[in-house]
Design a protein around this ligand. Structure first.
Ligand SMILES: [Zn+2]
Length: 202
């Protein structure tokens, strides 16, 4: 009688394992890349919705909101303020920033958290004349093209308060920038936006 349930030999098993390893190594980067791309797309959509909400806030109040999540009354869900890549999902402590407590408001105003930084509260940007001291934060130097809000999490895993002082250059990746006109720009960055000069935003 023929036995159909012949066991694998050790060599066959090793060959199969080697093949699976090669396949995984080939496919994993493709999968990771497409997943990161999808997460960026979600994030860009969040920033666009925030941009629309800020526009409605300006129409109603004639000035910019004092902090980013103040525009949540124009949005259907609080999840719009959270980036899918943010490791803390918006639960940042405001103490983590130096000099300008609300550059990243975290969960200070909105318990579900905010992943995105807000430029009108950024002391350096005001020093550079990008924004008037606020409130009510007059228009920035570049009018409708002035940066309004940013997502760091496609570039760095942690918000680092030292960014404002040092030009840290180890990280690489994308910075998503919402401008006052509601458009979202994608900038390939090697330095944190905290160290950006106006030329880096061009
Ligand atoms: Zn993001």
């Amino acid at each position: 009688m023929v036995c159909w349930r012949r066991a694998f030999t050790l060599t066959e098993l090793l060959v199969v394992i080697a093949l699976l390893t090669v396949l995984t190594a080939l496919l994993l980067p493709v999968y990771t890349l497409s997943r990161r791309g999808a997460q960026r797309t979600v994030c860009i959509s969040h920033l666009r919705q925030i941009g629309l909400a800020v526009r409605m806030y300006r129409d109603d109040y004639g000035e910019l909101p004092p902090y980013l999540s103040a525009v949540r009354i124009y949005l259907n869900e609080d999840g719009v303020f959270v980036c899918p890549v943010d490791p803390l999902q918006g639960q940042h402590r405001v103490e983590a920033t130096i000099g300008d407590a609300f550059r990243l408001e975290g969960n200070h105003y909105l318990p579900s958290g905010v992943s995105y930084t807000y430029v009108p509260n950024w002391a350096i940007a005001r020093q550079l004349g990008w924004w008037q001291p606020g409130p009510p934060y007059g228009e920035g130097k570049w009018g409708e093209l002035t940066p309004l809000s940013e997502c760091h999490w496609h570039w760095a895993r942690q918000f680092n308060p030292a960014w404002q002082r040092d030009r840290i250059t180890q990280a690489r990746g994308w910075i998503l920038i919402l401008t006052l006109n509601g458009a979202v720009r994608k900038i390939r960055a090697e330095i944190p936006p905290e160290s950006f000069s106006p030329a880096d935003y061009r």
